[in-house]
Design a protein around this ligand. Structure first.
Ligand SMILES: [Zn+2]
Length: 124
C-alpha cells in the first residue's frame, strides 16, 4: 500500500463531509483528508476549495519568498520558442519547437522535448 499524503489545506478538517469523519464510534472527529494521490496543486490538495484556502493564507508570503514580479515581461523572438507536438502526413507524432512570434519551426528529438532544461530561448 502506498503512503498516504495529507491534504495541505489549512481548513480541510472543517469541511464536514462523511469521508472526513473518522475515529472510534462515539469519538469521531472531522479530519484532514489523507489520500495516496490528489489532483490539485501538484498533488498537495484534495480539492480546489482546499487549494484556494491555502492560497488565501499563504500566497503573498510564497510570492515574496520566491520573488515578486515588479516589472512587465515581454514576449520577443528570443524567448518565444514553445515545444509542441505536430503530426506528419503519415500520422506520426513529431516533436517540434515553434517560435510564437516568427512561426519558425525546428525539429526536436523526443529527448529534447522531455528535457525541461533544453531550450532555444535566450531571454525570459
Ligand atoms: Zn483538503
Amino acid at each position: 500500500m502506498s503512503e498516504l499524503k495529507f491534504c495541505q489545506g489549512p481548513n480541510c478538517h472543517t469541511h464536514m463531509t462523511q469521508d472526513r469523519l473518522k475515529g472510534q464510534k462515539g469519538n469521531k472527529t472531522y479530519q484532514t483528508r489523507r489520500r495516496s494521490s490528489m489532483y490539485y496543486g501538484t498533488g498537495n490538495f484534495c480539492s480546489m476549495q482546499c487549494y484556494n484556502e491555502w492560497a488565501d493564507v499563504f500566497i503573498d508570503r510564497a510570492i515574496d519568498h520566491f520573488g515578486r514580479l515588479t516589472e512587465v515581461k515581454h514576449l520577443t523572438e528570443d524567448n518565444a520558442w514553445h515545444k509542441q507536438y505536430d503530426w506528419n502526413s503519415n500520422d506520426e507524432r513529431l516533436c517540434v519547437y515553434v517560435n510564437q512570434i516568427t512561426k519558425e519551426q525546428r525539429p526536436l528529438t523526443e529527448a529534447q522535448y522531455d528535457d525541461s532544461n533544453y531550450t532555444l530561448n535566450t531571454g525570459e
